[in-house]
Write a protein that binds this ligand. Structure first.
Ligand code: SF4
Ligand SMILES: [Zn+2]
Length: 113
């Protein structure tokens, strides 16, 4: 949403990515006063946006699902069914845990050998 510096949605990420109908209505009203609404909607359609309000239209396609992060337990919207963590930080935390677990197993195997 940072394509247009003068767009009313700048800094309104939460509102424009909300799934609440009230928030979406408010976001759509802001789009109605935006000079870029036509381009914005065309771009969202062209990019296959699945989520968020763009150019006066709220996208809420069911192939994105709300999940709980495997590390911090926060709810987040997964872009694909394989996504298990809310973001890069939690993904990195999970990877460190896997690496540590893997090393521990290798050490145990070496000891046993
Ligand atoms: S049309 Fe709506 S989403 Fe698009 S730039 Fe304008 S305010 Fe933002
Ligand atoms: Zn998380």
């Amino acid at each position: 949403m940072n394509y247009w510096r003068d767009a009313p949605c700048i800094g309104q990420t939460e509102l424009f990515y909300s799934r609440s109908k009230d928030a979406q209505l408010l976001a759509k009203r802001m789009c109605a006063s935006c000079p870029h609404a036509v381009e914005c909607l065309a771009m969202a359609e062209a990019q296959g946006e699945e989520y968020g309000t763009w150019g006066g239209k709220s996208f809420d396609r069911p192939n994105r699902s709300t999940k709980r992060c495997g590390v911090c337990q926060a709810e987040f919207v997964a872009e694909a069914s394989a996504v298990k963590f809310c973001g890069d930080d939690c993904r990195a935390t999970a990877k460190r845990a896997w690496d540590a677990e893997h090393k521990r197993k290798r050490r145990a195997e070496r000891k046993a050998a």
